[in-house]
Design a protein around this ligand. Structure first.
Ligand code: VL7
Length: 134
């Protein structure tokens, strides 16, 4: 039985989100708004099926996937670039590789104590987010 990510999680820290957004080509005005946000994640995990809803006062983003099954991701409301995404387990870490126009794009989720961690990667930028249970 793998780790249980189920729950509602609130952002408590967000390191280098600016660098990550710049690597994604997000414009200045949007970055200024986005970096002030404290997004919430609602994760539903049912066997190999996941949904991750990231919500904020500005924009929302929903992702649904099955472990080991590649899917097309539209990144709607984010950078709007399509990519092919694949999420797999690496021990207790959930790893997503987002293949497309941007090199080295992807993310990793893991639990540390009571906290949910997320590393967001794009090109040479790494953003590190930490969430606590709501
Ligand atoms: C999703 C934002 C910056 C545009 C708005 C920011 C709105 C709230 O992909 C993500 O999470 C994964 C793993 O949990 C599941 O989809 C991160 C936020 C990345 C990228 C783009 C700035 C405008 C933030 C939706």
């Amino acid at each position: 039985m793998p780790v249980d990510f189920n729950g509602t999680w609130n952002l408590v820290s967000n390191d280098n989100f600016e660098g990550y957004m710049t690597a994604l080509g997000i414009d200045f005005a949007t970055r200024k708004i986005a970096k002030m946000l404290k997004p919430q994640k609602v994760i539903k995990q049912d066997g190999d099926l996941f949904s991750i809803h990231t919500t904020s006062t500005f924009r929302d983003y929903t992702l649904q996937f099955k472990i080991g099954e590649e899917f097309e991701e539209d990144n709607k409301g984010l950078d709007n670039r399509k990519c092919k995404s694949l999420v797999t387990w690496d021990d207790d870490k959930l790893i997503c590789v987002q293949t497309g126009e941007k090199k080295n794009r992807g993310w990793t989720h893991w639990l540390e104590g009571d906290d949910l961690h997320l590393e967001l990667r794009c090109e040479n930028q790494v953003c590190k987010q930490v969430f606590k249970r709501a």
